[in-house]
Ligand binder design. Structure first.
Ligand code: UD1
Length: 460
């Protein structure tokens, strides 16, 4: 099991480039199922969730070729299976984004109920209600959703649940509605930049969509979509994580390619916490010389502070001068990281959906384990500021969504190393046998899309 070894107390300095957005990439890759021709997607992040989606698309009969460092070309080939297998879907909740496209394009979709990050109950009822409103007949069969419709029909659908809209639910219904007969109106649609990016991809493939970025999206169905080319937007969560890293470790860091317009409430919160923030044309720069001030944070749907940055804010506020409160209106029970932050000396109390964080003068290094993707990032950030050494395990979570976070932080001067005990043991063995070991995938080497099929083609 890989782990990160972080020696805290080093200020960060320099520039780092943001990768493409994971949460935009995944539904866009899934929506490639809708197109008759090949879709070339550029700027994809080298994260294991992208690999998983590529494997899932191959299992669904698509041809996935890596045509550049961060570019995939995805094309439908015959035959066209309609079953998304449990083994792949349970690895990542966003796999469920193939449901709408499969149903709309192939008339039938059999998709395992999803797995993914351990951040509380995550239902899919709104996805299913939305697709049913488009005329799909849906049943559950031994852990699989079976959805069928010879041709979907446009309808007016409300995707607001008890916690607001659903991001991937909006992706599923919007993608499916592109090939429906007639007009679909999604009320209570998610306005997240990743949904806008999916919409732009679909429009470039011939879809007719209005209202992107608002809570009412109108889709006029077309007979078919064609192949297209698209570059995914920069990852606002990765950018926010890097900015928060500079805030907690202190120093001056520019995140190149980051979009300030996607991070308005995050930048406002950082400024409120006493961090200097400068918005450039194609970069955001932060400067922090002291510990942060206490602030209250409420994670909300866009344009609020994203729930995917709530854990990283908790790490920062653990060192604040004073007491902060943190609520998560999207996933109210998403506080598993609090227990691990406490191991580093943070003082966090949870009561009825609110975490109260009493800032401490310093954190101390310890062994901790990531419980989900963003908690992993929060622990790394806390390690950057802690006295002594922090060892972060559970890196499989971090790898799902961060494109080599450790290398990016190291490039900014952080004292952080990735260790692969299993690999080190294998190397020692190989020096005696002469067999060259498989190397761990480094995200900087590309997308790592090496499904058996892709490998076979490459070697054949
Ligand atoms: C997406 C993001 C994830 C982010 C989340 C919230 C991707 C791949 N993942 O997840 O990183 O944390 O948005 O910004 O883009 N809900 C229902 N019924 C449903 C679906 C959701 O009640 O059918 C509820 C959820 O329990 C939650 C809220 O709606 O309280 C938002 O969830 P949702 O937007 O669906 O999250 P995801 O799309 O899974």
């Amino acid at each position: 099991m890989d782990r990160l070894r972080v020696a805290g107390g080093v200020p960060l300095l320099g520039s780092v480039a943001v990768s493409g957005s994971k949460n935009a990439a995944l539904p866009i890759m899934a929506a490639s199922i809708l197109a008759d021709g090949p879709c070339t997607l550029a700027g994809l992040p080298a994260v294991t969730d992208v690999e998983t989606m590529a494997q899932l698309l191959e299992a669904l009969g698509l041809d996935v070729q890596q045509t550049g460092g961060n570019t995939l070309c995805i094309a439908t080939v015959d035959p066209c299976p309609t079953t998304a297998p449990y083994e792949l879907v349970q690895r990542m909740r966003a796999s469920f984004c193939v449901l709408g496209p499969l149903l709309a394009r192939r008339g039938r979709a059999v998709v395992s109920l999803p797995g993914g990050c351990n951040i509380g109950t995550r239902p899919v009822d709104l996805h299913l209600e939305g697709l049913a409103a488009l005329g799909a007949v849906i049943r559950l069969d031994r852990g699989y959703v079976v959805a069928e419709a010879p041709r979907l029909r446009g309808a007016t659908i409300d995707l607001r649940g008890p916690m607001g809209s659903t991001v991937t639910g909006t992706a599923n219904v919007m993608a499916a509605a592109c090939l429906a007969e007639g007009t679909t109106v999604i009320r209570g649609a998610a306005a997240e930049p990743e949904i806008v990016d999916l919409g732009h991809f679909l429009i470039s493939a011939g879809a007719r969509i209005d209202g992107l970025g608002t809570d009412a999206i109108e889709i006029r169905g077309v007979e078919s979509l064609y192949g297209t080319q698209h570059r995914v937007i920069p990852d606002r969560i990765e950018a926010g994580t890097l900015l928060l890293a500079a805030a907690i470790a202190t120093g001056t860091v520019s995140v190149e390619g980051a979009r300030a317009d996607h991070l308005t409430s995050v930048l406002e919160a950082l400024a409120e916490a006493g961090v200097d923030v400068a918005r450039g044309d194609d970069r955001i720069t932060v400067h922090a010389s002291d510990g942060p001030k206490a602030i209250d944070v409420i994670a909300r749907p866009y344009p609020g502070i994203p729930t995917d940055l709530q854990a990283q804010f908790m790490a920062l506020l653990s060192l604040a001068d004073g007491s902060s409160t943190i609520c998560d209106d999207v996933f109210p029970k998403r506080f598993l990281h609090a227990a691990e932050l406490r191991r580093l000396g943070a003082r966090i109390e949870q009561r009825a959906g609110t975490a109260r964080v009493d800032g401490v003068y310093r954190l101390s290094g310890a062994k901790v384990v990531a419980t989900d993707l963003r908690s992993g990032a929060a622990l790394v950030l806390a390690g950057l500021a802690a006295r002594g050494e922090t060892i972060v395990g559970g890196l499989e979570h971090l790898d799902r969504g961060y494109d080599d976070l450790a290398a990016k932080l190291a490039a900014l001067g952080a004292n952080i190393q990735r260790e692969s005990p299993a690999l080190d043991a294998a190397s020692a063995l190989d020096s005696t046998t002469g067999i060259i070991p498989l190397r761990a995938r480094s995200a900087s080497e590309g997308l790592g899309v090496t499904t058996p099929k892709t490998l076979a083609r490459a070697s054949g």
